[in-house]
Design a protein around this ligand. Structure first.
Ligand SMILES: [Zn+2]
Length: 599
């Protein structure tokens, strides 16, 4: 303790007597940061040995130097601030360091621009859920050394003087902007980074640069002049959230998670399309492709911002359009982009708030509140096109079904506040909780919707935005990465007993492989959109797929527009071992032989 005091005093004396105390302090803190980082994040540095071509090493050393000077510039700016403001900035820096290291402990990387973009645009409870799924107390242990480095910056007295330090400060800011722009242009985001704070700053700049590069004009128009009568049928497009296809007993999962859907299939009302490949590993990407029909990865030409939406086509064909968005993921950004004006092609947009106004409490009823509303809506009339973005099974799973014994079929379950624990016991709880959620949010949702809908002239296309890892290979993240379990989603078509175009569904070939890229054209076919109105070459419709199509089913993860960190992968035919299969639990018990109540 005494020794530490003397050292701090010496440090203080040295730094204040040095000719440029703030530069010296920044240099010293940056150097300490440089030394502790490889100790703490040893595995990242070890993996660097793979890149040892001369050009690679030169490039790496350049980036390394550039980033080291960023740390110096940032610390220099902080050191000049007056006491209280500096303390505030340091507290914020500590918070960012905790977030960055939480990301790193869970996903083996710091936050990317896409992560930051999502964190800023998704709804509040998604943010809380993400933090809960990521949080590990161990993170504080990792944060501590970085905090000690930051505390060095408290030692020097404030140094800002006008105009004395104005020029060097501007120079430091300019350096941070220019060096980050260079990184944005030339260095992939996923490449190694040596400090959580400057990495975050880089991410923030990257977001800003990417936004400036984006497309902000109107979407392409559809040809007009169609004389479309209001159709007699209704079409419903249900995009679920975080539902893994292979956890549905409809897709041979050994637990009876979807008995109602299986009954519908037996009655010929449901055409199961098997395990579908989602377009992306998180909601934003998948919804962008599902709603605009784009088919190339990544979307570097901003087609998902330029294509007409599915609502535009529905309006064009005479449908009245309704969007039920209780997940607030993708179209919320469209609504924001429309400002106070209407979203083109959309007659009505309903959020959780609209349900509150109708006195439907979604906190209690979960997605079943939407199913009940939807059926009463369909019973009132015809000629609707309705898109539903469900809340589904977004983590935390325990919050997605009610607290009664009927809904807790598989036990033990996780607590709502628990983070993902990939151990055998943790995984058993995780999967039990998830399966209870599927039974409620998927099977019971359709049981209510189908049995309460008396107007039988409708067709419904169902899929999920992406699946979940369920810690199958020890992952402590639920989605966001390009693992094959994450793009494993359900897909089926469902119809009312008096659906006009049942023949279309009956004609679907057997043995087909479906991906999200087939959904848009399927909806256009169901609406009867003529070729002359289709302004893009969309993916093949499910109604036209043959067993020869989709030998490779592509998907992507990371930056939608290919700015920075992204990866494009595919599910090939024949597929990898384990594709499209989910295992309940691994505790030596044979789950298939257990009996379950199916009440
Ligand atoms: Zn999602």
């Amino acid at each position: 303790m005494g020794r530490g005091y003397v050292t701090a005093l010496d440090l203080h004396s040295v730094l204040t007597w040095a000719p440029y105390p703030h530069v010296m302090t920044a240099l010293l803190a940056a150097t300490v940061a440089l030394i502790i980082d490889p100790v703490l994040r040893f595995r990242d540095y070890r993996s660097l040995r793979c890149s040892h071509s001369v050009a690679g090493m030169v490039r790496f050393s350049g980036t390394f130097m550039l980033v080291f000077l960023q740390i110096v510039a940032l610390f220099y700016l902080v050191a000049l601030l007056p006491g209280p403001l500096r303390l505030l900035v340091l507290l914020f820096s500590a918070f960012i360091t905790v977030i960055q290291l939480s990301y790193w402990l869970t996903l083996a990387q710091f936050m990317t621009a896409t992560d930051l973009f999502l964190a800023l645009t998704v709804s509040g409870d998604h943010r809380v859920a993400a933090m809960l799924s990521f949080f590990k107390p161990l993170v504080f242990l990792y944060t501590l050394p970085y905090l000690l480095v930051l505390s060095v910056l408290l030692v020097v007295p404030p140094g800002y003087t006008f105009p004395g330090t104005l020029f060097p400060m501007l120079l430091a800011v300019l350096y941070l902007v220019v060096s980050n722009f260079l990184l944005f242009l030339h260095v992939p985001e996923r490449s190694f980074h040596l400090n959580p704070l400057t990495s975050f700053l880089r991410t923030a700049f990257h977001c800003g640069f990417e936004k400036r590069r984006g497309y902000r004009g109107p979407r392409d128009e559809l040809p007009t002049g169609q004389d479309s009568q209001r159709p007699r049928d209704s079409i419903i497009y249900v995009i679920d959230e975080s539902v893994r296809g292979s956890n549905l007993s409809l897709n041979s999962y050994p637990r009876p998670t979807t008995p109602f859907l299986q009954d519908l299939e037996a009655q010929g009302r449901l055409k199961n399309l098997g395990i579908c490949v989602s377009a992306g590993s998180f909601s934003h990407i998948s919804n962008a492709y599902l709603i605009t029909g784009h088919t190339a990865f990544p979307d570097d030409d901003y087609q998902t911002d330029k294509n007409p939406t599915i609502f535009d086509y529905a309006k064009n064909m005479g449908y009245e359009t309704l969007y039920i968005d209780i997940n607030r993921i993708y179209l919320s950004t469209l609504v924001k982009a429309a400002g106070d004006g209407p979203v083109r092609g959309l007659d009505r947009w309903m959020t959780e708030k609209s349900f509150k106004e109708l006195r439907i409490d979604l906190d209690t009823t979960k997605d079943l509140g939407v199913a009940g509303y939807l059926s009463s809506f369909l019973n009132e009339g015809s000629g609707y096109f309705i898109l539903v973005n469900k809340k589904g099974l977004h983590f935390n799973y325990r919050d997605r079904y009610p607290d009664n014994s009927d809904a807790s079929i598989w036990k033990p379950v996780m607590k709502a506040s628990h983070a993902i624990d990939p151990s055998a016991t943790g995984r058993e709880k995780l999967v039990n909780t998830y399966d209870n959620g599927i039974r409620f949010q998927v099977d019971e949702f359709f049981r209510l919707l189908v049995s309460e809908t008396t107007n039988q002239n409708y067709a419904l296309l169902y899929t999920s935005d992406h699946g979940q890892t369920l810690a199958e290979h020890g992952q402590t993240y639920t989605h966001m990465k390009p693992d094959q379990e994450i793009v494993d989603v359900p897909a089926f078509l469902l119809s009312g007993a008096e659906y006009d175009k049942q023949g279309l569904l009956d004609g679907i070939a057997s043995g087909i492989r479906v991906s999200h890229l087939n959904c848009f054209a399927t909806l256009l076919d169901l609406m009867g959109v003529p070729d002359s109105v289709r302004v893009r070459p969309y993916g093949k419709s499910i109604l036209a797929l043959t067993a020869e199509d989709n030998k490779e089913r592509y998907y992507m993860s990371g930056s939608l527009h290919g700015c920075g960190d992204f990866v494009v992968k595919s599910i090939s035919t024949p597929s990898n071992e384990g594709w499209g299969v989910s295992r309940p639990v691994n505790r030596g018990t044979n789950d298939e032989n257990k009996t379950y109540s199916t009440a």
